[in-house]
Design a protein around this ligand. Sequence first.
Ligand code: NBP
Length: 523
Amino acid sequence: MTESDPRTADLPAAVTDDQTGTVRSEAVTTPQLIVSPVTEAAADIGVIGLAVMGENLILNMASRGLTVAAFNRTISKVDDFVAGRAQGLSILGADDLPTFVSLLKSPRKVMLMVKAGPAVDAFIDMLSPLLDSGDIIIDGGNTHFPDTVRREKALAEQDILFVGAGVSGGEEGALTGPSIMPGGNPDAWPALKPIFQDIAAQVGGQPCCDWVGEGGAGHFVKMVHNGIEYADMQMIAEAYSLLSGVLGLSAPEIGAIFEDWNKGELDSYLTQITAEILKKTCGDTGQPMVDVILDTAGQKGTGKWTSVTALDVGAPANTIAEAVFARILSSLKDQRVEASKVLRGPDDAGEKPDRDAFVEQVRQALYASKICSYAQGFQMMELAAAEYGWKLDFGSIAQMWRGGCIIRAAFLDKIKAAFDGNAALPNLLLDGYFTGAIGTSQMAWRQVVAAAALRGVWTPAFSSALAYYDGYRSERLSANILQAQRDYFGAHTYERVDKPRGEFFHTNWTGRGGSTSSSTYNA
Ligand code: NBP
């Protein structure tokens, strides 16, 4: 079968023509498909999806002594891969799914590294008739966890073990050692454990991969990882914006500051790459690269899923959500350009603060804000675990994020220690180390947020993290007013400070209402 543009074909349409799921590119210049002469089941695992993640994961697996079968919707990519990067390695290309499956040792392990969504369902539908009881399908893509719950249940009815594994680390991580967060049917784990823990990043002699939990737990944890990633990135961008907007520093000067910060508490992959990014010059203009890059951020949905799920499970993940809103606001470039001509900021920005002192304040504000966004992510996982019936080991999750993934950071050791010390810790902020760290940083953090507000510098993540901190540490909030308002206009009732929890009261605020109250429930 041929298609002029296989990349735009949607799989269900593409596969109805050919039950093997094969798409051949007309642009193929290599006429001969290089398929291994091996016909017996020789492969330890098979991977479907030869884009950046799949190819690099296969090479990683082969480098660990595994024999890997490879398949892709567009078969020309199998040809190219086998003839190119995979040449001479223990990698067996297949030109149709039955051949691919026949190459796999039992129990067969098939890892899908394709675009999340219908492509995963379509491959599952094509694979399952070819598999036997006890065989394993792993979805390693960025799948929304409810899809994983659904697929795991459906495949369990056919005795096929389904695992949804979050994989983080991008191209380099996939090749040299990603963070892998597998969850789903636990019966699959004994067969997968030696492979996944071998190919994963290793930190402190421990693999950045362990069993997360049943159902959609693995993809859920990966989703929260991505939500934290959004917040981390936004906070770093805000630190850049403060150093540039308040101190007037150039991109390379800020790069040098980030490089310095990366030697301390803020030591992380994102700090390190930001330092490198800020020092890069545009070959065309001679300007810093960041100065020629348009200020509108894209997104692929995982931050949005995290924020929506936070609302679903009642988790106050406001900084993570704020980071998603920040990208959305950034995308309204044309409107912002027009608004900037009309809407004024403060006239008097005040005196420029002392450079070194302000740099240190921003560093502390970044660290404190970062602690809050991780606190929100872990709190959200705790609430979701209760909601979905998962037993999540938060120390183990911190270890999985310690290496290989985008949010890898030295301070995850502190998070691991906090949860290893107290598995039932309700909030990271209540661990002694983090209580102390945020206590030390808080005045600098407040001064930075105040300076940003006074100068009109946009710092939604720093500000929302501080709001989270101040809200969470408040014994009494202003929600008494909200309850009174709700009772006034809708007879929604309230509890009293001088009565046991669970007793609800209604006041006839106007003298015109009756004594009938609304039922009490929380959505
Ligand atoms: P992509 O997300 O770009 O997906 C490319 C693969 O999906 C190719 O094998 C392609 O086949 C296949 N595919 C597509 Br697109 N539509 C299909 C369809 N309708 N039916 C069947 N196959 C289809 O690749 P990636 O960036 O390597 O990511 C793979 C997975 O890993 C995704 O879920 C992604 O979200 C996740 N992930 C990516 C990264 C990253 O840094 N890129 C990091 C972590 C996780 P074709 O060759 O025939 O078009």
